[in-house]
Design a protein around this ligand. Structure first.
Ligand SMILES: *Cc1c(COP(=O)(O)O)cnc(C)c1O
Length: 403
């Protein structure tokens, strides 16, 4: 085997298909959200980030920054161990209490990322429950798909957001078998929101555990930031809520929340929880501050919603094609990989606007897009500038407009 030929051919193929990923080299400017310095071979460029997931600007919240600096001075950098072997720091204990309360659940467990939380929780449950079947929404995130795969449990994919299809599958499964129904609240690429109540009720009728990924909902929806289920008053229908500290909470880390027995089971069994160094205490202290802050402060959520509504209105008025959704994710559709890339390049080069083009296989061919995420800290002027830039680019490239 010539390894180097293999890697080279694989990469060449990815490039040929237009799927080769080029990362922007960015330096976010604390205190100047959403600005960042873009480093290029020809120098530095100040840009506005339009595709980040730090939806509420909590990544630069002064109280969070202060909590982290104080904690790092008091406790140092790393945690020094796995959770079991000296790595359960006091901030970890506080954070798990804070998260359990966030979701009105008995207990919570923190992981090194949302990806790990999904992967290791689903793989552990699927592998442990004898004869388990996992029913998974067709649009589920890669972290859930991988977890289900690693569990080696039987997997059934139900049609996206389709509770009738879910029920059709559930009817055919031996009632005695353990079942998990796994789906998301807000889907990150389309920005659509699941019929959580209907899906959860169908699942519960068949005695399945309800597993909900609220990654794009936590912090932003619900009276304390507990997500879409909380906003809709249906948290009690969810057995396991999974979330992240890396998006609206502005840090890194993931978690699950649920009944104590279930959380204790995962704590005792999941390799992705047990066999890895725990998050640095300063980071966890920052998360305690961020989660706590967004329980009581509604300003960020309200401004976020105003900005989202304003951007949608402007895009609509300018007849730039976009996916209508109830959520905060505004996907502008270009519909062809090369042109999508070109729109993004022009935004960056001519307007200092950074929006990452999203192409196949992340989204289906023909729906290549720019996934825009207005934050609480983008101004109306920034939104005006963005939509004006789109209009100029659309006209100069002769792109299709909405009717
Ligand atoms: C980002 C994301 C995750 C992973 O969370 P991280 O904390 O970034 O690892 C899980 N699920 C969904 C739907 C996501 O978009």
């Amino acid at each position: 085997m010539n390894y180097w030929n293999f890697f080279n051919a694989s990469l060449a193929n990815i490039k040929l298909e237009g799927r080769y990923r080029v990362f922007q080299n960015l330096e976010r400017c604390a205190g100047e959200f959403p600005y960042a310095i873009r480093h290029t071979s020809s120098g530095e460029q100040k840009v506005i980030i339009w595709c980040g997931n730090d939806y509420l600007g909590m990544g630069q919240n002064p109280d969070v920054i202060k909590a982290m600096i104080e904690a790092i001075q008091r406790m140092g950098t790393g945690s020094g161990g796995t959770r079991n072997i000296s790595g359960t720091t006091h901030p970890h204990v506080l954070l798990e209490k804070e998260i359990a309360d966030l979701h009105d659940q008995e207990a919570a467990l923190v992981f090194t990322s949302g990806y790990v939380a999904n992967e290791t929780t689903l793989s552990t449950l699927g592998a442990s429950l004898p004869g388990c079947v996992i029913l998974s929404d067709a649009h589920n995130h890669a972290s859930m798909i991988e977890g289900i795969r690693h569990s080696r449990a039987e997997k059934i994919i139900f049609k996206h957001n389709d509770y009738h299809d879910l029920e059709t599958h559930l009817q055919k499964i031996d009632p005695a078998r353990p079942k998990i129904v796994a789906f998301e609240s807000v889907y990150s690429m389309e920005g659509d929101i699941a019929p959580i109540q209907e899906l959860a009720e169908v699942a519960r009728n068949y005695n399945a555990l309800v597993y909900l990924d609220e990654v794009h909902g936590v912090g932003m929806y619900g009276h304390k930031g507990g997500g879409i289920a909380q906003m809709r008053g249906i948290s009690h229908l969810i057995d396991i809520t999974q979330g992240t500290l890396g998006k609206a909470y502005g840090l890194i880390g993931g978690y699950i929340a649920g009944k104590s027995l279930l959380v204790d089971f995962i704590r005792s069994k999941a390799p992705g929880f047990i066999f890895t160094t725990s998050l640095p205490p300063a980071l966890v202290a920052g998360a305690v501050t961020s989660v706590h802050h967004l329980k009581y402060s509604h300003m960020e959520r309200e401004q976020h919603q105003l900005n989202v509504a304003y951007l949608k209105r402007k895009v609509e008025q300018s007849r730039i094609p976009y996916l209508e959704s109830e959520s905060h994710i505004v996907s502008v559709i270009v519909g062809e990989a090369k042109r999508c890339k070109e729109v993004a390049e022009r935004l960056l080069e001519d307007y200092n606007i950074y929006a990452q083009p999203i192409n196949y296989p992340t989204v289906p061919k023909g729906t290549e897009r720019l996934r825009l995420t207005p934050s609480a800290l983008h101004s109306f002027e920034m939104i005006d500038e963005l939509v004006d830039a789109f209009t100029e680019i659309w006209d100069s490239m002769d792109l299709r407009k909405a009717a």
